[in-house]
Design a binder for this molecule. Structure first.
Ligand SMILES: *[C@@H]1O[C@H](CO)[C@@H](O)[C@H](O)[C@H]1NC(C)=O
Ligand SMILES: *[C@@H]1O[C@H](CO)[C@@H](O)[C@H](O)[C@H]1NC(C)=O
Ligand SMILES: *[C@@H]1O[C@H](CO)[C@@H](O)[C@H](O)[C@H]1NC(C)=O
Length: 420
């Protein structure tokens, strides 16, 4: 046998021995996708998964800072594959569920809208979610032993119509990102792309993620560290670190000029107070009162020719619509920059995301006054996230974020035609 012949033989052996592995890995989804719709009545972002046996669709409000998926088990929960979690079991430990009743561990399902909570059992059941190739949803895949929490009907108070629980995306071991990454050996990353309509998405796993116009929305990301707030005071989780996503805003600029503010408020103190977090359950960005007032002052004086009109709640600063021009990226107003770890890493908020039109004549600054001594000084709300791609990397504890996708003639609008 010549050298060339033995080389060919070696190659074909390699191909034969490799192909079964390739076949196996191709069964593993590359990423998973949830469709996200904005509920216009409540301004919540709602998604749907399938759960139980037989599988039924379950509508959930998306809570970026939620520590677990919980559903109302009081009404309509029927499943032949339901299992409870015994106190001290691996599932209870993973869920950090220390309470024990009747041999079953439990925790407090938390409703961040009405701030109600109660005690509920940890349960385990089948969960089903669609895979994606980054463009279209593909076949559904199932997690046979998905850990979740049972809520009660009264905890649903304030949630959007048809919603039966909360989809927690926080950085706990039992929130959706961690459980799905573990079940399918995905990268511990997920992307959030909120749309003002019904075709936004959450993608678990790595990109690229293509929008309806075939634009890879993860193409131009900037990165900033994610911080852990060591103190969590959400009901039922006292004394544990927060599972919410904090970033390090170091200053706020309006049209490139620093807004004078008390820098102490921008860092998290020993009691867990202060700093900046991202939220999908606050419809608008909430600012500690002195920051709010300074921003409004800077914003209004940066457009002296625009008349102020009577404010419309929940907003405190509204302007005459007729005085403001519009472009493809929304109203022409001063640019608001959240400056992060250095002056080159800036989260910019343009008119489309900073302004909210009320009726026919008012354009309001879409930020709200959070009063004195709020727990968190800056809570970046959902309206300010629309049509931006945010990628949360849990493994490296960093956030990738795009500028407004509208600049690229792209949006958080995805193709939900299944190619399964
Ligand atoms: C839980 O599963 C058991 C065993 O299949 C079944 O008997 C019971 O009815 C189920 N409970 C619910 C609430 O579906
Ligand atoms: C800045 O904020 C901190 C924290 O709320 C407060 O203790 C301090 O008095 C403030 N400083 C000024 C100058 O207002
Ligand atoms: C959505 O995806 C389907 C399947 O690939 C394709 O046939 C369809 O043209 C796409 N829709 C748009 C608007 O691009």
């Amino acid at each position: 046998m010549s050298v060339a012949q033995s080389f060919l033989l070696l190659c074909s052996l390699l191909i034969f021995s490799l192909s079964p592995i390739t076949a196996q890995t191709s069964l593993r989804p590359k990423a998973l996708v949830l469709r996200v719709a904005k509920d216009t009545a409540t301004l919540q972002y709602v998604t749907q998964i399938k759960q139980r046996t037989p599988l039924v669709p379950v509508k959930l409000t998306v809570h970026l800072g939620g520590n677990i998926l919980w559903v109302d088990c009081e009404k309509g929960y029927v499943s032949s594959t339901n299992k409870t979690a015994r106190c001290g079991s691996a599932q209870c430990n993973l869920a950090n569920a220390k309470a024990c009743g009747g041999g079953i561990c439990g925790a407090g399902p938390d409703n961040p809208i009405s701030n109600t909570g109660t005690h509920g059992d940890i349960r385990i059941d089948v969960l089903s979610i669609q895979s994606t190739d980054g463009r279209n949803p593909g076949r559904a895949v199932t997690v046979p032993n998905f850990i979740f929490l049972c809520g009660s009907e009264f905890v649903l108070q304030g949630l959007a119509s048809g919603v039966v629980g909360i989809a927690g995306l926080g950085r706990s071991k039992v929130a959706l990102p961690s459980q799905l990454a573990a079940a399918f050996s995905l990268k511990r990353k997920f992307a959030l792309c909120l749309s003002p309509f019904d075709d936004g998405a959450i993608v678990f796993g790595d990109g690229p993620y293509y929008d309806l116009n075939n634009f890879d929305v993860s193409k131009n990301l900037k990165y900033t560290p994610l911080f852990i707030n060591k103190v969590n005071t959400a009901s039922g989780f006292l004394g544990e670190p927060s599972v919410e996503y904090f970033i390090g805003v170091t200053s706020v600029h309006v049209n490139g000029k620093a807004v004078p503010l008390n820098k102490t408020l921008l860092s998290i103190d020993n009691e867990g107070v202060g700093g900046t977090k991202i939220s999908t359950v606050n419809p608008y960005t909430v600012l500690e009162t002195s920051i709010y007032k300074a921003l409004v002052q800077a914003f209004a004086s940066a457009m002296p020719k625009v008349a102020r009109v009577a404010p419309v709640a929940p907003f405190g600063a509204c302007f005459r619509l007729q005085d403001i021009g519009f472009t493809r990226i929304g109203p022409v107003v001063p640019q608001i920059d959240l400056v992060l770890q250095n002056k080159n890493v800036v989260w910019t908020i343009h008119g489309q995301n900073s302004m909210v039109q009320i009726g026919g004549d008012a354009l309001c600054l879409g930020f709200v006054d959070g009063g004195v001594n709020p727990r968190t000084s800056i809570v970046i709300g959902a309206r300010q996230l629309e049509n931006y791609l945010l990628q949360f990397d849990l493994a490296t504890s960093r956030l990738g974020f795009s500028d407004s996708l509208l600049f690229e003639r792209a949006t958080c609008t995805f193709n939900f035609t299944s190619i399964a």
